[in-house]
Write a protein that binds this ligand. Structure first.
Ligand SMILES: [Zn+2]
Length: 86
């Protein structure tokens, strides 16, 4: 009986390079559509998404998280630098 060997490989979800499988879960914006009658309304939602990340992209994501700690959302939902930190 012929045996087959399955080799699993993963690609980085950010840059596409081959990488190890990782269990990182990142908040990701998805676009959802709600239909009421003939009217379709699009809205963005944030949902947790599992990502495989290479070592370089893990460092980039970490850097992005550090930057996000310096930002706040204003009343209009826009990002601003948190002036209380400076
Ligand atoms: Zn990568």
């Amino acid at each position: 009986m012929k045996q087959t060997k399955t080799i699993e490989s993963y690609r980085c979800d950010f840059c596409g390079k081959e990488c190890e499988h990782t269990e990182y879960v990142l908040p990701t914006i998805s676009q959802n559509v709600v239909k009421e009658g003939n009217i379709a309304t699009f809205y963005n939602d944030i949902e947790p998404v599992q990502c495989d990340l290479c070592e370089a992209c893990q460092k980039k994501v970490h850097f992005g998280i550090q930057l996000s700690r310096m930002a706040i959302l204003n009343d209009d939902g826009e990002l601003e630098l948190n002036k209380d930190l400076y």
